[in-house]
Write a protein that binds this ligand. Structure first.
Ligand SMILES: [Zn+2]
Length: 412
């Protein structure tokens, strides 16, 4: 088997790994690079028989629109539907790829390859690692994963009963040189939210991603414990609708402790796409909250927002400080509005005397200790770093590490 990492051997984002037998070529992920120095990739020349997407984060699927539309793109069904949600909300056309769906732990075939998806704990839902078998070889691709989210049991089970006799493990290493000590788990984040809203005298905003379902669950649980109301916007409410089709444990707008704030622009998206949203718009009405209700008793609410919520935050400043719980990677705060709308305003809010700025975030990626547990359990003959900026450190941290460079062919 021939193996080429096209991108990802020395960077986070843009992951793309090619595996070829004599008759079949597959790509593992086809991500949008996050770094401008990233290597050029001529997707047209790769001619894959299929592309396998680990999870619905841009840096893993973001270039699938460059594929010929006939090429099968395998992805979890929920993951695909969450990609669609963002496209519709942003006013972009849906992808016209040839999508196919797999189910966790159910092997499927692409030519010579047999691929078994393993559901993983990550900050994106519907995230998978893959066991890939062909020509008598076994490869495991970890995708992005962690051991400290709400689905940590998936990691625990994997370490307890790992796939055996792995020839090659591609393992992510986002957290090398990054610490998760302040908030080692999703539970620790929930505690900080709880503590903050319990004593609030004005509203609290939680700044995070609407696709981080674990985080929404933490916000919801903190509200339930304190008798507060969780306010979500239309985008978040619709994402929860999608996720609830798979798991009814996830809170949705029907819950007593949840209300939907209908921004004009998002409400317009519902009006513009009646076929896509079905009866969702009419169902929201029962669960809506008005601006006047928010300002009448702001300390009753936790608003699940994002960077672009800065206008609402400013509008609710008063005699008592507004709490802003910043609950995503702090690197975004150093970016410009071009990369992430609202980043500059949010960075300025940190120094606003009428705002109590709190940081509470746990990573979507495994710590070095958990990576070591994972690598030891799978015990591969060869461990190749991907999705990391510090691949050269793998040799000190893990057994059998082999550092590849982008574009180099490895014969297995
Ligand atoms: Zn990811």
């Amino acid at each position: 088997m021939k193996i080429i990492i096209h991108r990802g051997s020395h960077e986070i984002g843009g992951t793309c790994i090619q595996l070829c037998t004599s008759t079949t070529t597959i790509l593992l992920d086809l991500g949008l690079p996050l770094s401008p120095e990233s290597r050029e990739l001529n997707i047209g020349a790769l001619k894959p028989n299929a592309v396998i997407i680990s999870h619905p984060h841009q840096d893993h699927f973001g270039l699938i629109d460059k594929l010929p539309p006939k090429v099968p793109v395998y992805i979890g069904e929920l993951g695909k539907s969450l990609i669609d949600v963002t496209r519709v909300i942003l006013g972009n056309a849906l992808h016209n790829n040839n999508f196919r769906h797999f189910k966790s732990w159910q092997p499927f075939s692409v030519g010579d390859f047999t691929i078994t998806p393993y559901l993983m704990d990550h900050s994106a839902v519907d995230a998978y690692g893959f066991l890939i078998e062909a020509e008598g070889k076994k490869i495991y691709y970890s995708g992005d994963f962690r051991a400290h989210g709400r689905k940590h049991k998936l990691f625990d089970n994997m370490v307890k009963i790992p796939p055996k006799e792995i020839d090659l493990l591609f393992m992510e290493g986002t957290m090398l040189q990054r610490s998760n000590d302040k908030f080692p788990s999703e539970k620790a984040v929930e505690e900080k939210i709880f503590e903050t809203i319990q004593k609030q005298k004005n509203i609290t905003f939680l700044i995070s991603s609407s696709q981080n379902i674990d985080r929404i669950a933490s916000a919801y649980r903190a509200c339930k414990r304190t008798g507060k109301i969780l306010v979500i916007d239309i985008y978040t409410a619709w994402i929860l609708e999608k996720v609830r089709r798979v798991s009814d444990k996830v809170p949705g707008m029907e819950r007593e402790e949840v209300r939907v704030y209908a921004d004009f622009s998002l409400d317009n998206k519902l009006k513009e796409n009646p076929e896509y949203f079905g009866d969702f718009r009419s169902r929201i009405y029962k669960h809506r909250i008005q601006w006047k209700e928010l300002i009448a008793s702001p300390s009753n609410y936790l608003y699940f927002g994002r960077m672009s919520s800065f206008r609402k935050i400013r509008a609710l400043r008063g005699a008592e400080p507004v709490n802003v719980i910043y609950s995503q990677w702090d690197g975004y705060l150093k970016g410009s509005n071009k990369d992430y709308f609202g980043a500059e305003q949010m960075a300025a809010i940190q120094n606003d005397p009428q705002i109590n700025f709190v940081y509470a975030h746990t990573s979507g990626h495994a710590t070095v200790k958990d990576l070591q547990k994972f690598a030891a359990a799978l015990n591969p003959n060869m461990l190749v770093p991907v999705h990391t900026e510090y691949g050269q450190e793998y040799s000190q941290l893990f057994k059998n590490a082999k550092i590849l460079n982008d574009g180099i062919v490895l014969e297995l």
